[in-house]
Structure formats: C-alpha cells, structure tokens
Design a protein around this ligand. Structure first.
Ligand code: PLP
Length: 406
C-alpha cells in the first residue's frame, strides 16, 4: 500500500534495515509477522491460478509466507545474490541443497573439517542413497584436485572452520569446481555476509545457519541457501515437498536480527582480536588459533576474504604433559569461569566457552581427533558482546590457577 520502491545503489547497511516486502495497508515501520499457516483466496479462479503457479500469491506457509519472503530478500541483498530460500535450520538448508542437486551415482568433494552434522549428512546419509563423498584437507588445494572425478557434482567447504579457524581459498576452489563442471557450495556461517560474501570469490551457492550470527542473540533456529535465480526453483520445490520450511516466527526474529548484523559483527571481531592478542601473551596458553593474528597460517588470505576481519571465534591450547593433564587443565579453565556461558553454541551476544574434544568432536576416536588437530587441551571461545575486560578476568580465574588442580 505505502510502497516506495528503494532506489538502486544503496549501501549494505541500508539494505540490512530496509529490504523486505511492501508494507501492509497499515503502514507498519517494523515488518509484520504473518503467523498463519494458510492464506484466504479471493475466489476459486484466483486460487486455481495460484496453486498452478501461473499467478503470484500466498497459499500455504510450507510453500511460502510473506515474513519468510522478507527474510529471504534481505539475506540475499546482504549476500549479494539474486535470491535466497529459507529453511528450518542450517542443517535443513544443507539437506535442501543435497536433495536438490544430488542423485545416486554423483560424487562430492568435501572438506574434512566441516560441521560434524554436515559430515554425517553428506558422507553417511547421502552415502546410503548412492552418493559418494571424498573428504579432503581444508587447505591443500592439490588434495581437492586429485579427488575430483568425472561425476563430481559439487565441492563443499566451510571457512573458517570450527574450532581451529582454518581458512580455505574460495577463489581457488571455485576455479577448480568450474574446471570440472561442478558447483562450489560454501557454508558462510562463521563470517556471515557482513564479513565474507563467497559468491564474490566465485562460489555458486552459499549456506547459512541463521541460528548463529544472523539471529545473533541465541533465540531461534533458522537456515537458508543463497544463490542465482536459476537454482532457486529447484530448492523451493524441495522445501514445498519435503517440508523443511522456516517458521514465520523464526523468520521474523532473524529478519530483525539482520538489521544489527553489521554492527554486531564489528563488535564481535574487535573483542575477538583483543582477546586473541591477549591470549598470545599468557604464560598458561600454549597456542592461539585466530585468523586475525599474524601468526595464523592463512592470515593474509583471511584478511582478503573476510573484509579484513578475523571473525568472532578464538581457540587456544592449554598445556599438559599427557592428554589427561591437558584435559584437566582445560576443564579447570572452563569450570573456573563465572560469567561465560559453558555451551557449544556460537553466534550469541553472550560469550560462550566449550571443550571441542568432549562436545562437538566428542564422537571421534582419539586418533581421528589427533589427525584433526583437536587436542584435549583445546578450548574454543565464541566472543559475544560482553566487555572484553570481563572476559579476560573470567579466563584468568582458571589460567592463573591451572596445575593446582591438574
Ligand atoms: C551450527 C552450524 C550448522 C548447522 O546449523 P543449525 O541451524 O544448527 O542446523 C551448519 N554449519 C555450521 C558451520 C554451523 O556452525
């Protein structure tokens, strides 16, 4: 009703607060939440056209919903892609991508350092349906190249990785994928489009867990896939039939979360860099993993790909002569905190602390964990918006008294 079409050329910050469907007849300034499962049709003829897909119009929320559409458009505007299709969670988005693009006999090349559920979904569950996957090093392009086969359909990467923050070269992987007529899909959860837009480096599709930084306040599950229009019909059909649709309520929460994504990411990154630099000076810390540090093996690549920012996840090793001693020291640091949240989630305003070897990577064998570089002394921090002095003080409680309990 009160629609004023946005002029072209607006900055990302403006798109983050403005991109949405037209306002309703009431002229609400904050986007409306359409919490409804179905939509009343004006007459049977119109209804028939909408169900046949020859006329635009909402029918049923598993197919589409105005609040979900607003979220999709806003996210696509931030990622710089033509469109986005929302899903019920990040894993729902990866399932939608796999269902839409893969069939029996296809082959996938995937980084071995991707999110654990992604490893299981692609490697184990789609293996059951005749899709074969080769897992390769996050950073060694030669290994990706030698894994390619004539039937390789897609390359899947996540950068930086959890918890060691290894960064892969999106441009190099995109070139490799395209040389073999495959697609490159990048899980952009850790950076969000505020820092990294994989399609600018040649990626074909971008996956999001909206549960993390897009919501940014630890409230809801959400997911999406972003990319060019030519793939979106495929994914929209998968959601409509398979039902991993995003709830309008969750879409509304994440839509509003996107408005502050840019300033939140700047604050997260500033806190994480300060924390990483400080950790490097601590006698109780053996090694720090953070792309924003010059000591990070892919520091320069990360700075190029991630708008000059290291992201919000910092990991570090505490020492120990044996794995048992390292684990005791790590548990001591975690259990000595009084402010940080002991939880494996990330992308929250509240800073979280976790022990990857016994949580996110707890199901791996000790040998697999060693190969992945995830030791018993490793601690991961996802820096929220707590004051940096309070985070440091909270960590010092344990770092200063380590060994006394070990
Ligand atoms: C959390 C996460 C996912 C899965 O997202 P959900 O919303 O929890 O389903 C996928 N990839 C990465 C990198 C994640 O951190």
């Amino acid at each position: 009703m009160t629609d004023r079409t946005l002029p072209p050329g607006l900055h990302r910050d403006t798109l983050a607060v403005r991109t949405a469907l037209d306002k309703s007849q009431y002229g609400e300034n904050s986007e409306a939440l359409f919490l409804t499962s179905s939509f009343v049709q004006p007459d049977a003829e119109t209804s028939a056209r909408r169900f046949a897909g020859t006329e635009e119009g909402y029918t049923y929320t598993r197919t589409s919903n105005p609040t979900v559409t607003s979220f999709e458009r806003r996210l696509a505007a931030l990622e710089g892609t033509e469109s986005a299709i929302a899903a019920s969670s990040g894993m729902g988005a990866i399932l939608m991508m796999c269902m839409g693009l893969l069939k029996a006999g296809d082959h996938v090349v995937c980084s071995r350092s991707v999110f654990g559920s992604t490893l299981n979904l692609i490697g184990r569950d789609f293996g059951k349906f005749g899709v074969e996957t080769t897992f390769v090093s996050q950073t060694d392009i030669a290994e990706w190249k030698s894994a390619m086969r004539p039937n390789t359909k897609l390359l899947f990467a996540e950068t930086p990785t959890n918890p060691l923050t290894d960064v892969c070269d999106i441009r190099a992987l995109a070139d490799l994928a395209h040389s073999g007529n495959a697609l490159l899909v990048v899980d952009n959860c850790f950076c969000s489009p505020a820092l990294q837009r994989p399609t600018e480096f040649g990626a074909d599709l971008v996956i999001h867990s909206g549960t993390k930084y897009l919501d940014g306040q630890g409230r809801v599950l959400a997911g999406a896939i972003c990319g060019p229009n030519k793939y979106m019909d495929i994914f929209a059909t998968v959601v409509r039939t398979a039902g991993m649709a995003l709830s309008p309520f969750n879409a509304w929460v994440v839509l509003k979360g996107l408005e502050t994504l840019g300033i939140r990411m700047q604050a997260h990154c500033a806190g994480a860099l300060a924390l990483a630099q400080w950790l490097e000076t601590q006698p109780g810390v053996a090694r720090v993993y953070y792309p924003g540090l010059a000591s990070h093996p892919q520091h320069e690549l990360a700075m190029r790909q991630q708008s000059g920012q290291g992201g919000a996840v910092v990991s570090f090793d505490v020492p120990g002569h044996t794995p048992e001693e390292s684990r005791a020291n790590a548990f001591h640091v975690i259990d000595s905190t009084r402010v940080l949240s002991v939880t494996a989630n990330l992308g929250d305003t509240k800073t979280t602390i976790t022990h990857p070897a016994t949580t996110s990577h707890g199901r791996l064998s000790e040998a697999q964990r060693q190969a992945a570089g995830i030791g018993q002394g490793l601690i991961r921090i996802a820096v929220g918006l707590d004051h940096i002095d309070d985070i440091r003080t909270d960590l010092l409680r344990g770092l200063d008294t380590m060994g006394s309990k070990a």
